[in-house]
Every structure is written in C-alpha cells, then in structure tokens.
Design a protein around this ligand. Structure first.
Ligand SMILES: *[C@@H]1O[C@H](CO)[C@@H](O)[C@H](O)[C@H]1NC(C)=O
Ligand SMILES: *[C@@H]1O[C@H](CO)[C@@H](O)[C@H](O)[C@H]1NC(C)=O
Ligand SMILES: *[C@@H]1O[C@H](CO)[C@@H](O)[C@H](O)[C@H]1NC(C)=O
Ligand SMILES: *[C@@H]1O[C@H](CO)[C@@H](O)[C@H](O)[C@H]1NC(C)=O
Ligand SMILES: *[C@@H]1O[C@H](CO)[C@@H](O)[C@H](O)[C@H]1NC(C)=O
Ligand SMILES: *[C@@H]1O[C@H](CO)[C@@H](O)[C@H](O)[C@H]1NC(C)=O
Ligand SMILES: *[C@@H]1O[C@H](CO)[C@@H](O)[C@H](O)[C@H]1NC(C)=O
Ligand SMILES: *[C@@H]1O[C@H](CO)[C@@H](O)[C@H](O)[C@H]1NC(C)=O
Ligand SMILES: *[C@@H]1O[C@H](CO)[C@@H](O)[C@H](O)[C@H]1NC(C)=O
Length: 535
C-alpha cells in the first residue's frame, strides 16, 4: 500500500466523538440512516459501519458505480473505522446527486469535500480515504450523473447545472449537516480538495459559494474550460483529426531538442524545465536536411507543430495561451487518447449545439467562440470570474497549484487567472499572499506523474509524508487554523513513481511568480541547491 495511513492519525483537536460516553460508535452508525433530517428530498442508499482496514469492493452490484476514483482503483482501502453512507439527494425536480458521507471514528471536527475528474460522474474514493485517515468527515458526490459520459447532459439542463457547481455545493451542505447530526456537535473548519475538474469545482465554490469552504486546495483546474476544449479541437484540426501528421517519434525528437536548448536555463540538466516559458525554441535543428531520417521534421510539419506552442487566437479573441515545452510526446499522446477524442464530440453534441449529428471533423475555433457565448448566457461552466473578494473577506484561503508539464490543461491558464485576480482586485502579490497562493510544480504532469517531484499530498494516491511542507491537505489546515502559510510546496520524486522503490529526489516548488534557480551540484538532486527567485 502506498500510503502510510497508520502514521497519519495524529490529531490537533480533541475528538468530540471520543469525549462522548453515549452509545458506541457502531450503534450510533446503525441508527443514523433512520434519523437523518435534511432540507432536501433524499433517500439512503447504503449505510454501514466499516471497521479499520476494511477494503471496499467498488464493483459491488448495490453501488452500480461505473467508475471509481482518480486512479481507476476498483477497490478502496479504508484504514480507519468509518460510518459510511451513500445517499440519493434531489437537486431539482429533474436531477439528483449520489453522495458518499464518511464519518470517521477519529473525527477531529473538520470536514473535507472532494472533487471529480473530466466529464465524470465518479466518486473519488481515494480522496475519501485520504480525508478519513486524517480524521476529516469526508464527502464525495457523483457530480450529478454516473459514469464518464457527457451524454447525461443532453437536453438535461439541471444535470448540467449539477456538473457546473451544484453537485459540490449539495454534497458539502448535506455532508456537514449529517456530520453534525451524527456527532452531535457543530463542524469546525471545512476544506475542499480536488484536481482537474476537481480544481475547477474548488474555484467555482470560491467564486460562487464563498461561504462554503474555509480552505481550498485546487489543482490543475479546468477553470477556463472553453480554452482547454478549444485547444483540444485546434490541435486535432492542425495535426489531423484521426492521427497526428507529426509522429510520436518526431515529437520525442522535438523534446530532445528542447532539452538540448533549454534544460540548462534553470541551472540544472535534469530533464525538467523549471520555467517552460523561458524556452524560446529554435526549431531549425529539427528541420530535415538532404539526409532525412524518421525523426527530422519537414517544413510543413514544423509549421503545424509550432502553432501549438504560441497564443491561439480567432477573429481577435485570444482562445488559449499555447502549451509549454518539455512534455511534447505526452501532450500529443493525450491529445489522441480516448479521453480527449471523446471530449470534443460529447461537449459540442450534448451541450453546445444539442445536436447529436454534429460532426467533430468540422471543428473550427468559431465553434469555441460560439461555446463561450453560450456559456456566458447560460450555466457558466467557465470558472474564470476573477472577483474573489467575497472569499477573501470571509477569511478563506486558497492553495492553487498546477504542474508545468501538464499535458492536458496547460499551467499558463492558471498564470493568466492569477494575474486576472491581481488586476481585478488591484492587489499586489503580497496582498494576494494573505489568502491566495499559487504554486507551479515543475515537471509535474496532469494532477500527478511526470519527471518532476510529483508526490505532494495533492490527492489520495499521492501522499508521501505527514508534514505540512509535503502534504497539501496538512498545509491548508495549518494555514487556515494557525496562519502558517506556504512559501513553497515540497514534492517527492520516487524512483519510477513507486514509493516502495525509494526516493529519487525532493524539490520545493515555487510560489508564483517566482521561479526555481539552481546553484547546487549533482544536477538538481540537491534540494537545498534550489532557490525561488523573481523571474
Ligand atoms: C491496520 O493496518 C495497519 C497496517 O497494516 C496496521 O498498522 C494497523 O494496526 C491496522 N489497524 C487495525 C485497527 O487493525
Ligand atoms: C448511480 O449510482 C448510484 C450509486 O452511487 C446508484 O444507486 C444508482 O442506481 C446509479 N444510477 C444509475 C442511473 O445507474
Ligand atoms: C444499474 O444501472 C443500470 C444502468 O444505468 C440501471 O438500469 C439499473 O437499474 C441500476 N441497478 C441498480 C441496482 O441500481
Ligand atoms: C477519419 O476517421 C473517420 C472515422 O473513422 C473517417 O470517416 C474519416 O474518413 C477519416 N478521415 C481521414 C482524413 O482519414
Ligand atoms: C535526423 O535529422 C535531424 C535533422 O536533420 C538531425 O538533427 C538528427 O541528428 C538526425 N538523427 C539521426 C538519428 O541521424
Ligand atoms: C469577428 O469579429 C467581428 C468584430 O468583433 C464581428 O463583427 C464578426 O461577427 C466576427 N466574425 C466571426 C466569424 O465571429
Ligand atoms: C490600486 O492600488 C494602488 C496601490 O495600493 C493605489 O495607489 C491605486 O489607487 C489603486 N487603484 C484603484 C483603481 O483602486
Ligand atoms: C488502490 O488499490 C490498491 C489495492 O486495493 C491499494 O493497495 C491502494 O492503496 C489503492 N490506492 C488508493 C490511492 O486508494
Ligand atoms: C524503472 O522503470 C524502467 C523502465 O520501465 C526500468 O527499466 C527500470 O528497471 C525500473 N527501475 C526499477 C528500480 O525498478
């Protein structure tokens, strides 16, 4: 098992559950389902006590889940004793969410709401496990529909509304209420943790329901969602809808040339670009000369490839800032993965045009402009509202992070958002530091993985150590409750990303807009050799 849950149980608050000498935890759990009162129409699907070290089989018929968690596990380890509920809660006359409420025996008074991924639809059990193991009453919902398809939104505006914001909101409100009814005590601070769509959901709560959470960890957020969708479509339009006209072997050669030219700019030749924006790639060495081989690029291929790395505009509107360098093969592999290839038709057929005959091969950036306009007049799936003063004023804290080798959602979008907040609030970096800190995790892929120091406690499957420096969940608690704000976020790179194989290196990721510079020896392996400096 990757996580050392047993070590994670040290408490800060005394547990109200332990101080109450009434019926045993298990008895109270057994009685809970019949006693719940909510301001919603609901039904209890499942209520059970799980003993410490139980494993849940998520494929069990009664659950009918079609997807399970952020890493595709079909089982969920439950390290601590938990009173577990699965409820159906109506969110409108024609929509509902399924929500899991995990009430740990070692409750420390806090709550944790967890997010989803992609177009899903999947309760992320690994995050419930993570939260419960730290003593959080932990909640996860199915985002308003089961499974990974956007087909659920077709002619279902209420289901789409759940996806945009209401699922997280309902899950958090219902979860808190049930926790209070169960423990017989008011909940303390409430937290949120999510990545990708989960990052967007966290930001949506900050923007739209600022009272909901005291602390938010929002990773790799799909917040400028139409920009990302626009990039997916544009890359297919540019490279070919069915297969890429620039082969993966050629993209590997591009990355090699990127590293030739740019790897050393940050002071370490380690295969990681600390600041991809600093890499102004000269493509000429990649151009096929008289001696062609299968990794050189023709002039046409270079022209097409270049388009993905600069600003992408249409009719005077900036759609997307372009991707960064250093992860080209991963970017293209993801672009042609079933995940992205499904996004384009599903989003335009089921949501934007509500026309299942829409042909993805006809995509142009005009479709993105139309989608943006629709969104602005409709449900606001876009999550780029930069006036977050209400969240600031209620004392909330946001730990925003993004991997700079994110092969799905470019981290530059997060940079743009940070700067938009600065200008909207007329705030200096020091002003924002009071409540909003943004970290760029070099060499880290989409939510996890990549050549960088990628275990940061950012998700349940990515926990290494129990200290606030190494665990985003621990850190947000420290910041909210003790005012101890992060200057950096430490990541750990395990050999082959496998904890059991041991640590390869650790690195502190810098708070935006600072970038890492290396003056140590051993090509970046020495954590103390790095320093966050102004760009
Ligand atoms: C759960 O498993 C862990 C690791 O194997 C072990 O240390 C712990 O004692 C177990 N807890 C219980 C209550 O059995
Ligand atoms: C969705 O999942 C829940 C369990 O979380 C299950 O009870 C329900 O039947 C599912 N709905 C559909 C339409 O499959
Ligand atoms: C399981 O899901 C299928 C398809 O969504 C649905 O028809 C069926 O009723 C569900 N079964 C249960 C037990 O919820
Ligand atoms: C791409 O694939 C689709 C569906 O398989 C096919 O209809 C179309 O002709 C292909 N287009 C090209 C340019 O190969
Ligand atoms: C392939 O061609 C490119 C460009 O001409 C050159 O830089 C590269 O070294 C060649 N690769 C091999 C394996 O010969
Ligand atoms: C392009 O922008 C101009 C000026 O804003 C606008 O009048 C026109 O309709 C736009 N064209 C398209 C195809 O969106
Ligand atoms: C923005 O902040 C600066 C520095 O605090 C201040 O001088 C300026 O008046 C502010 N501008 C506006 C439009 O509020
Ligand atoms: C995934 O499942 C395996 C097998 O049950 C388990 O060892 C591992 O801890 C799980 N990972 C997470 C993050 O839950
Ligand atoms: C790490 O993965 C590589 C490539 O799959 C493999 O060759 C190597 O043996 C692995 N290292 C260890 C220590 O398992």
């Amino acid at each position: 098992m990757r996580l050392r849950y047993a070590l994670l149980l040290t408490g800060i608050l005394t547990s109200p559950a332990l101080s109450r000498p009434s019926a045993s935890f298990q008895e109270r759990c057994a009685n809970l389902a019949d006693k719940i009162q909510l301001d919603y129409t609901f039904e209890v699907n499942l209520a059970e006590y799980l003993a410490p070290n139980t494993t849940i089989d998520l494929t069990a018929e009664s659950l009918n889940a079609t997807c399970y968690d952020s890493i595709g596990n079909t089982t969920a380890p439950v390290p601590v004793g938990v009173c577990r509920l699965n409820l159906r809660v109506a969110t409108s006359e024609s929509s509902e969410v399924y929500t899991e409420v995990w009430l740990p025996e070692n409750w420390e008074g806090r709550t944790l709401t967890t997010g989803n991924g992609g177009l899903a639809g999947c309760i992320q059990y690994s995050e419930l496990t993570y939260g419960a193991s730290y003593g959080f009453a932990s909640f996860g919902t199915n985002n308003g529909h089961n499974g990974t398809s956007g087909g659920a939104f077709f002619h279902q505006p209420e289901v789409y509304e759940d996806y945009a914001w209401r699922s997280i909101y309902t899950g958090a409100v219902v979860g808190k209420s049930i926790a209070e009814q169960f423990y017989g005590d008011v909940c303390g601070k409430s937290y949120y943790l999510g990545c990708s769509t989960g990052g967007r959901q966290g930001w949506k709560a900050v923007q739209k329901n600022p009272e909901l959470f005291d602390g938010v960890v929002a990773g790799a957020p799909a917040m400028d969602i139409w920009a990302h969708v626009g990039f997916f479509g544009y890359a297919l339009q540019t490279l070919g809808f069915n297969t890429s006209s620039v082969t993966l072997a050629q993209w590997a050669a591009v990355r090699e040339e990127v590293l030739n030219q740019c790897d050393g700019l940050d002071g370490a030749h380690d295969g990681i670009l600390e600041d991809p924006a600093a890499c102004d790639l000269d493509w000429k060495p990649l151009l096929c000369s008289s001696t062609t081989n299968n990794t050189c690029l023709t002039a046409d291929q270079i022209e097409a490839a270049t388009k993905l790395f600069g600003p992408i505009s249409y009719n005077g509107t900036l759609i997307h800032p372009g991707h960064g360098h250093g992860y080209e093969p991963e970017l293209i592999a993801y672009e042609y993965s079933p995940l992205v290839l499904t996004w384009i038709p599903e989003v335009f057929r089921y949501v934007v045009y509500e026309d299942i005959s829409w042909d993805p091969m006809t995509f142009t950036l005009q479709d993105v402009l139309y989608a943006l306009q629709q969104d602005a007049n409709g449900v606001h799936l876009n999550t780029f509202d930069s006036d977050i003063s209400a969240f600031r004023d209620r004392g909330g804290k946001i730990l925003h992070w993004h991997g700079t080798a994110d092969q799905l959602l470019v981290s530059r979008t997060s940079d743009l958002y940070y700067n938009k907040v600065r200008s909207t609030l007329n705030a200096s970096v020091a002003d924002l530091d009071e409540f909003y800190r943004y970290f760029r995790a070099s060499g880290v892929g989409h939510c996890y993985g990549g050549p960088g120091a990628n275990f940061m406690g950012q998700l349940g499957g990515q926990v290494t150590a129990d200290t606030p420096d190494d665990s985003m969940l621990r850190r947000i608690v420290q910041w909210v409750e003790e005012g101890d704000a992060p200057e950096s976020v430490r990541g750990t790179k395990f050999i082959n990303d496998t904890v059991a194989l041991g640590v390869e290196f650790t690195r502190k990721h810098c708070k935006y807009p600072k970038v890492n510079k290396y003056t140590g020896s051993r090509e970046g392996l020495d954590e103390e050799g790095w320093e966050c400096v102004e760009p």
